[in-house]
Design a protein around this ligand. Structure first.
Ligand code: CO
Length: 514
């Protein structure tokens, strides 16, 4: 008996050793990526792309090693497999998923897709600069065809109903288009109702405060205050973080080395302000997954949507709350000085929460953001169900922007070509952003109940109880659960958009007096 248990333990350990090797290669790639965006001199690009592709291939080989398949088989058939703990079973399940996905896709398809991605991104950049969709459409079509081919294979591996569901599953496991449609349709109705009430409101918000010139040096001091607030350490001798500057802010890293970036605009200081909070939220998640899961499949986030819920929780639900704004304003006045003298709390709070339907997703406010995502989700389904041709896409896009947001798209660069995701082949990714908001509505409702004097805590600048709540309920779970199971576990409820819509209604009815 003991012998058999030792045997299954050693099979299990062999699998984890493989995974550790793969994850170490992956973290090396991410640091090279980070360096490419922050420090690399321009001429470094040729060597860098070689380094990245060698690392990627090495990682692919570690995962697809046929020995892994045999190890997984031996465990599956082992009479003592029932002695494995739940955590071990989950690790094996996650490993098998990665193994199956990587081995079932033909190498030729993988390398052709990688090549086409580079080409499509390149033509997308050119087409966007020239505001000419015609330059882009053939390469968009090619990347869609390759993704569809992969999705059809993955559909079998993952057991999804449609190819598009297989793509969704890569970002949000077990989430189907059917489920997302059900909640997005409710969200769409709810958001449009709130927007209509805001449009009918007499209230006009003055946003001039947001354009006050704040020197980059002052903005750096503000970043430090925000990171101190979050307890995201970039300064001490035992720091596990960094802040650097890039064109587009992002977070990268693993456990003890998790880095964030921001972008400073002198005449739009809130851009970096909210980026630091957003990326800080991502960083805390990566840093707070339990050490015992390190190098294991469990040592990762539950999903892209759950990750996004952590960044948006800090950026929006906390960072744009009246309590947080009231805590931070005196700090801003101290740093910025004269230009900020006399700024009233109410005015600043309203300015950072202004709602205004726009054409560009990344500039969208809390209320209209979800509609930008719904438009992309609806179009992705049409593409993968064969309901829309490449030619028709800009037309469909523009019509939806007019119908849902009431904005008129003037050219395809501010329309269908605004995001890089489709050029990069990232179909199925967009819903995660809005799901993050929906998850947040549910988490927030529970958190408010669990933390005594919730508002007072935020107002006093004490982030510890919130951080602890997020750690206990979400970060500490690593990848033990698929997103819907995690939500149920944390909130006791099935996925619902209601708390999120209630949050928006409550908040914006006070701002816009409806
Ligand atoms: Co994010």
């Amino acid at each position: 008996m003991l012998g058999l248990n030792n045997e299954i333990q050693s099979l299990y350990d062999s699998i984890l050793t493989k995974y550790k090797e793969a994850i170490i290669l992956q973290t090396a790639s991410s640091i090279l990526h980070w360096d490419m965006e922050t420090k690399m001199p321009p001429r470094g690009i040729e060597l860098r792309s070689q380094q990245l592709s060698v690392l990627e291939l090495a990682g692919h080989k570690v995962i697809t090693n046929p020995q892994n398949g045999r190890l997984l088989d031996s465990i599956e058939k082992h009479p003592n497999k029932y002695f494995l703990s739940n955590q071990q079973v989950r690790n094996l399940y996650l490993f098998k998923k990665v193994y199956d996905e990587n081995t079932k896709l033909p190498d030729s398809l993988v390398s052709e897709t990688a090549k086409q991605q580079t080409i499509s991104i390149n033509t997308w950049k050119k087409a966007k600069a020239a505001k000419d969709y015609n330059i882009f459409k053939e390469d968009l079509k090619k990347i869609i065809e390759l993704k569809l081919e992969a999705a059809e294979i993955l559909m079998d591996v993952k057991g999804t109903k449609t190819p598009y569901d297989a793509l969704l599953d890569s970002y949000e496991s077990k989430m189907s288009a059917e489920k997302i449609n059900r909640i997005f349709n409710i969200m769409k109705k709810g958001l449009i109702e709130v927007i209509n009430k805001i449009n009918d409101s007499e209230k006009k918000i003055n946003t001039e405060i947001l354009e006050i010139k704040v020197p980059v040096n002052d903005q750096k001091k503000i970043s430090q205050i925000l990171m101190d607030y979050l307890g995201y350490d970039i300064l001490s001798g035992v720091a596990g973080g960094r802040l650097d500057e890039t064109e587009h802010p992002f977070t990268t890293g693993y456990y003890d080395d998790v880095r964030i970036t921001t972008h400073y605009y002198e005449d739009k200081f809130t851009s970096s302000f909210y980026s630091v909070l957003h990326e800080g939220g991502h960083a805390l998640y990566n840093q707070n997954i339990p050490k015992e899961y390190m190098y294991q499949p469990l040592g990762e986030a539950s999903s892209y949507g759950i990750h996004e819920s952590q960044s948006r929780m800090i950026e929006n639900l906390i960072g744009r709350s009246p309590e947080f704004v009231s805590y931070i304003l005196p700090n801003l006045k101290k740093i910025i000085g004269k230009p900020f003298k006399g700024i009233k709390l109410r005015d600043f709070y309203e300015a950072v929460n202004v709602v205004s339907p726009s054409k560009i997703r990344v500039e969208a406010d809390e209320v209209t953001y979800g509609l930008h995502i719904i438009i992309r989700f609806e179009i992705e389904q049409m593409i993968f169900n064969g309901e829309a041709s490449i030619e028709e896409l800009p037309q469909i896009w523009n019509q939806k922007y007019f119908d849902y947001l009431g904005v008129q798209i003037e050219n395809d660069s501010e329309g269908i070509m605004q995001d890089t995701h489709w050029a990069s082949g990232l179909f199925g990714y967009f819903p995660s952003y809005a799901l993050g908001n929906i998850y947040d509505g549910m988490f927030y409702k529970k958190m408010k109940r669990d933390i005594p004097k919730f508002k007072k805590v935020i107002k006093s600048g004490n982030f510890i109880p919130i951080k602890q709540w997020l750690k206990n309920n979400i970060h500490s779970k690593g990848n033990l659960y698929d997103p819907e199971d995690l939500i149920k576990l944390v909130t006791g409820e099935n996925l619902t958009v209601k708390p999120y819509l209630e949050y928006l209604e409550r908040k914006f009815s006070k701002i816009y007096n409806f």
